[in-house]
Design a protein around this ligand. Structure first.
Ligand code: ADP
Ligand code: MG
Length: 639
């Protein structure tokens, strides 16, 4: 007597439902996807009690005739693929033919559907997978599905449902995803008879994001102008540099219209944001990837949440490239707002300057501001007082601190010639009358125009540019400047090694030992001179000048720990950058460091010359623009 039985269809559907129907949100997802596949441009979703008691999805799509309506409840019944080969080129959201029978097997289910032009529609009632009745109905063209008492026949599953609020918020998240993914479709979401959101069909994704999240949110995003790389087109919106979240909830990614979670895409984002993203934080994205359906396998997860790429490296690079370019474009745009003159009333300068394209002199030119504010010069003119002398001298060697904060409008710095590396400034002390625009213009070919208004709370530099007020965090700004300088040094020549008078020996674990030896060339570029010295012992001859010296052994072990924890996919260079980001923080000017006006001005100038000026190497913002529009709103001049 055989022990094996074929499961009755109902039971098989319930088993399948275990994978597809996890909670109300998964029902809503499947049904909304069906409506989108059915070419609806209006979808209304209503739920009651978190969806556990009722979910109703109404669409105005192509509907079904009676035969199809009956067939769609059968397992593995689908209109979306015909052959196995079709699986390789899926363009619809659905293809498994499992959702409707699965949902109907674990609920009290009502389907009412009518094709446009059909004289009448069909209504089918199903209870726990058994068809109760089939009759004609006279509803509007489209499809209406009601799912009541989810899991009523599977008490064990029902117990797994969370609170109404939790379930409802999952439903809302799903709908948000679908609404972002399909701006051309209008959505209405009603929860317990209250309209939660209503998004009319939109022609542009920006409009959809604004409808769902508001104009202020949209202002934090940058549009990705569609970029194609290796047949992968990336478009959508990403958060500006420095904008991040502590969870992935707003990291929304679509592949061929399907919201997905995928590690390759996450790596691509991280790579693209690089230091524009705080460690441990996640970017805000609404990114769309379009590619040949044959190069992505969507059939790897029952709820179709995940995908697998045939060429993950290409995909990662396409994402990273799109993000990089978008941030770069924004940087250019931003720096342009510093090239237009601030709209402060002023007298045009005589001479050949073009009053329209040339910066209009500010009402009080910077040098006058300086002399007006003599009190500034009373502050300690030396390099930030809080930096210990030893530290500041090591920094001098790297020539990063001194030149970025041009401390003296007048006298030369005492150790100008001691600078170990070529400085990017013109060299020599600058004339106070010419510290600013002319000098910079001759260097980069583009003048920067802004006016420093003052420093708030010894930390925030307030300045004016063409768009309004800019607030700069002087510590974060200096971090960014030091970081980029050190990184450039590392990329080109490597950080100079500071030889130790007495070499150190450092004990490390055998695992770390192997790792260190393998990465010795990189570590050398970072300024470490290390040699094997017997079993799991290293001899350290030199360390980078900025490395903390009180206990180099401990510091090296810590550094190795940190470096190892950086994922293997990031480049070797990135590894060094991380160490740099950590160390520059210690050397950057702090809040409470009094800077004189010319110092502040140079700081800002250096910042604006950075590759990524608007956030520090940890991804925090360095400056915030408060535009005239925002001020007008706040003062009620504009609504
Ligand atoms: P799949 O979407 O994978 O094909 P489903 O079980 O979700 O499987 O749906 C089965 C079939 O029912 C679909 O292929 C489609 O032809 C039809 N169908 C489902 N929902 C709708 C709808 N809202 N409008 C029109 N047809 C639908
Ligand atoms: Mg489906």
């Amino acid at each position: 007597m055989g022990r094996i039985l074929l499961l009755p269809d109902e039971v098989a559907s319930q088993v399948a439902a275990g994978e597809v129907v996890e909670r109300p949100a998964s029902v809503v997802k499947e049904l909304v996807e069906n409506s989108i596949d059915a070419e609806a441009n209006r979808i209304e979703v209503a739920i009651a009690r978190g969806g556990a008691s009722l979910m109703r999805i109404v669409d105005n799509g192509i509907g079904m005739d009676r035969d199809d309506a009956l067939l769609c409840l059968e397992r593995h019944a689908t209109s979306k693929i015909r052959t196995g080969a079709d699986l390789a080129k899926i363009r619809t959201l659905g293809f498994r033919g499992e959702a409707l029978p699965s949902i109907a097997s674990v609920s009290r289910f009502r389907l009412s559907t009518r094709a446009p032009g059909a004289l009448e529609g069909t209504e089918i009632l199903v209870n726990g997978g058994k068809i109760d009745s089939v009759k004609s109905s006279g509803e509007a063209p489209g499809t209406q599905i009601e799912v009541r008492s989810l899991f009523y026949n599977l008490p064990a599953r029902r117990k797994f449902l969370r609170s109404e609020n939790t379930e409802a918020s999952h439903v809302q998240h799903q709908l948000n995803l679908q609404a972002i993914g399909h701006p051309q479709v209008g959505f209405v979401f009603v929860r317990d008879q209250n309209v939660v959101f209503q998004a009319p069909p939109a022609t542009a994704l920006a409009d959809r994001i604004r409808d769902l999240r508001g104009a202020e949110f949209l202002e934090q995003l940058l549009e990705v102008s569609p970029e194609s790389l290796s047949g992968i087109t990336v478009s959508g919106f990403i958060g500006k540099a420095g904008i991040s979240r502590s969870t992935r909830a707003e990291q929304i990614l679509f592949v061929n219209g399907r919201p997905v979670e995928n590690i390759t895409l996450q790596h691509g984002l991280r790579e693209g944001y690089h230091t524009a993203l705080m460690k441990g934080q996640f970017p805000v994205t609404f990114l769309f990837l379009e590619m040949d359906p044959e190069s992505v396998d969507v059939n790897v997860h029952p709820a179709k949440r995940e995908v697998r790429f045939r060429e993950p490296d290409d995909v990662k690079e396409a994402v990273a490239n799109a993000v990089r370019k978008t941030l770069e474009t924004d940087r250019k745009r931003w720096s342009q707002t510093f090239q237009k003159p601030p709209p402060t009333a002023g007298l045009p300068e005589s001479g050949s300057r073009n009053p329209i394209t040339d910066p209009t002199p500010a009402l009080i030119p910077p040098r006058e501001q300086f002399s007006l504010r003599r009190d500034w010069s009373g502050f300690n003119p030396a390099y930030p007082s809080s930096a210990p002398p030893a530290d500041s001298s090591t920094i001098e060697h790297l020539s990063v601190g001194r030149e970025s904060i041009d401390r003296s409008p007048g006298g030369p710095s005492p150790d100008d010639s001691a600078s170990a590396l070529p400085s990017s400034s013109d060299g020599g002390p600058s004339d106070s009358r010419k510290t600013s625009f002319e000098n910079f213009a001759s260097r980069s070919g583009s003048a920067l125009d802004f006016r420093i208004l003052g420093v708030l709370g010894k930390l925030y530099v307030l300045m004016e540019n063409a768009d309004g007020l800019v607030v700069v965090d002087q510590h974060a700004a200096h971090e960014r400047i030091l970081f980029e300088k050190l990184r450039k040094q590392m990329e080109s020549a490597g950080v100079p090694i500071q030889r130790l008078l007495i070499p150190l020996t450092v004990n490390v674990t055998p695992k770390d030992y192997d790792w260190i030896l393998m990465n010795a060339p990189t570590l050398e570029k970072m300024g470490f001179a290390l040699e094997p010295f017997g079993d799991s012992t290293l001899k350290v001859d030199g360390i980078p000048p900025f490395f903390p010296t009180d206990d180099p052994g401990l510091a090296i072990r810590k550094l190795v720990d940190e470096l190892r924890s950086i994922t293997t996919t990031t480049s070797r260079l990135r590894m060094g950058e991380d160490a740099i980001a950590k160390t520059v923080c210690r050397h950057a000017i702090k809040a409470n460091d009094d800077l004189r006006l010319p110092e502040v001005e140079n700081l800002i100038r250096d910042l604006l010359r950075c590759d990524l000026p608007y956030c520090c190497p940890h991804g925090r913002p360095t400056m915030i623009q408060v535009g005239y529009g925002e001020l007008e709103k706040k003062f009620g001049r504009r609504v």
